[in-house]
Design a binder for this molecule. Structure first.
Ligand code: ADP
Ligand code: ADP
Length: 227
């Protein structure tokens, strides 16, 4: 479903991503792990074309992403980052409904979808749909961030250290919710973290990056049982 073929990215003379190749299968939960600065975020941002690749090919369902229209990228992919980035002057409902509204969904369908997502993420819709971001805790804001990314039913969810800023207990419950959503919807996930515990807990497979290169790809079991 997602294919990287010898993809490289330079910032000036600095090579941030160096000849990276991998594929992510439909429905797979793929973790990208590695130290800070190893190129994980840059890989993720090339998947949704926030950053163009300098070399190599990136394909989604066999199509070169360079040929996809922006609204087509938005429809297929949801994106969650650490600093949630909700619009402070918009309600939870409007924040979550942004992409469906851009895609022209009718109002009633958006309203139903928002309620469904809030339930899915353990936020009572009656209490929170009209709330503003500053009225929510960090964990609740990140739940809204995940709901927003899932709103238009993307087939791919890209997550860049989404839970790193949360306390350990909130973080564990969001990890469990994300696993449940992944199992239930079959959404393909690419999840960036530098935390091996998180990677082992969430990933079907774990790709290890170092200095812009992908140095290993293994299942959690293989990582835990390697001599
Ligand atoms: P984080 O990964 O903590 O969310 P970013 O993704 O914004 O932070 O940045 C990741 C790395 O890329 C950091 O080391 C940051 O310094 C570097 N970086 C991001 N944008 C730029 C830029 N425009 N110029 C130089 N370095 C940058
Ligand atoms: P990671 O997500 O693994 O922390 P990044 O992909 O954010 O790593 O960054 C990889 C390298 O590329 C880092 O050295 C970072 O400083 C650099 N980098 C990332 N984005 C930019 C940018 N926009 N301009 C210049 N350098 C960048």
């Amino acid at each position: 479903m997602i294919e990287f073929e010898r993809v490289s990215k330079r910032f000036g003379s600095w090579t941030a991503v160096d000849g990276v190749s991998f594929t992510v299968a439909e429905g797979e939960f793929r973790v990208l792990i590695g130290p800070s600065g190893s190129g994980k975020s840059t890989v993720l941002r090339m998947v949704n074309r926030l950053i163009p690749a300098d070399e190599g090919a990136i394909r989604i369902d066999g199509e070169d992403i360079a040929s996809l229209k922006p609204e087509e990228l938005r429809r297929r992919m949801g994106y969650v980052i650490q600093s949630v980035g909700l619009f402070p002057h918009w309600t939870v409902e409007r924040n979550i409904g942004t992409v469906p509204a851009l895609l022209g969904w009718p109002k009633a369908r958006i309203r139903d979808r928002v309620a469904e997502l809030l339930e899915l993420l353990n936020l009572d819709p009656r209490r929170y749909r009209s709330a503003y971001p500053h009225q929510l805790s960090g964990g609740q804001q990140q739940r809204v961030g995940v709901a927003r990314a899932l709103a238009a039913e993307p087939r791919i969810l890209l997550m860049d250290e989404p839970f790193s800023a949360l306390d350990p207990i909130t973080r564990a419950s969001l990890q469990a919710e994300l696993s449940a959503i992944h199992r239930r919807t079959g959404t393909t996930v690419v999840f960036v973290t530098h935390d091996m515990d998180e990677a082992l807990r969430l990933g079907d497979s774990i790709a290890v990056m170092d200095h812009g290169r992908l140095i290993q790809c293994a299942t959690p079991l293989e990582i835990l049982t390697r001599p």
